[in-house]
Design a protein around this ligand. Structure first.
Ligand code: BEZ
Length: 211
């Protein structure tokens, strides 16, 4: 199944390190980051899970729940969690789906057969509180992900949800933003009373709302 931005994130039930979970019910009113790992007891995945555990307060601050997935059994996940704590200095503090039958991986298209028949790729799905898919990333098994970039992208998504703005290349929270082209100058005057700089008629830069 090919999932596209704007699609409803498929619902599922799964075993996790924090017990049985019904995905949509568990998600509730939160944003979600669902991310997959090729396999348990692999080096890059171990560092990634430690990195996300350390960043958990940053996800919490943004009303984002994180959930990992690996196509192994839950007992293996618990044993692996000990290694993560030992080597990364952070305990697993979010659920890890035990997708040993690849049900969820197949539902979300996390197995790319031309890359590997058995391993999932490093997928990331950012899902909004309406359960709509808002961002996807696909990395190969050998490249660990940059979770600071995922937080940055969530800041952008949440800002553009609240205001008619887009964020430029390499934007960081607090920096200037772009007024979306679909907003007329008349409407922009109402929404951005402090004004903007028009570098071109289609490139209107303004202060980040709320900053
Ligand atoms: C890793 O997580 O370290 C990994 C997994 C599969 C292939 C290569 C690296």
């Amino acid at each position: 199944m090919t999932l596209r931005l704007g699609d409803t994130a498929p619902d599922f039930e799964a075993q996790t390190t924090e017990g049985e979970l019904h995905f949509h019910e568990w998600a509730g009113e939160s944003w979600i980051v669902l991310f997959s790992h090729p396999k348990n007891f692999t080096p890059v995945c171990t560092t990634e899970l430690g990195a996300v555990a350390k960043l958990k307060p940053e996800f919490d601050r943004r009303n984002v729940k994180v959930i990992g997935l690996s196509v192994d059994a839950v007992d293996d996940h618990h044993r692996w969690a000990q290694d993560i704590q030992e080597t990364q200095g952070a305990a697993l503090n979010f659920p890890l789906i035990a997708d040993h039958d690849r049900r969820v991986a197949d539902l979300y298209g996390m197995v790319h057969p031309n890359a590997s028949d058995t391993l999932t790729v490093r997928s990331v799905f950012v899902i909004d509180p309406q359960k709509k898919l808002r961002l996807t990333l696909t990395y190969p098994a050998s490249t660990g992900r940059n979770f600071a970039e995922i937080l940055r992208a969530i800041d952008s998504l949440q800002l553009t949800n609240a205001h008619s703005v887009a964020t430029p290349s390499d934007w960081q929270h607090g920096e200037d933003v772009i007024i979306v082209p679909s907003l007329s100058d008349e409407e922009a005057k109402r929404r951005f009373p402090d004004g903007w700089r028009a570098l071109k008629p289609y490139l209107r830069v303004t202060r980040q709302p709320g900053s």
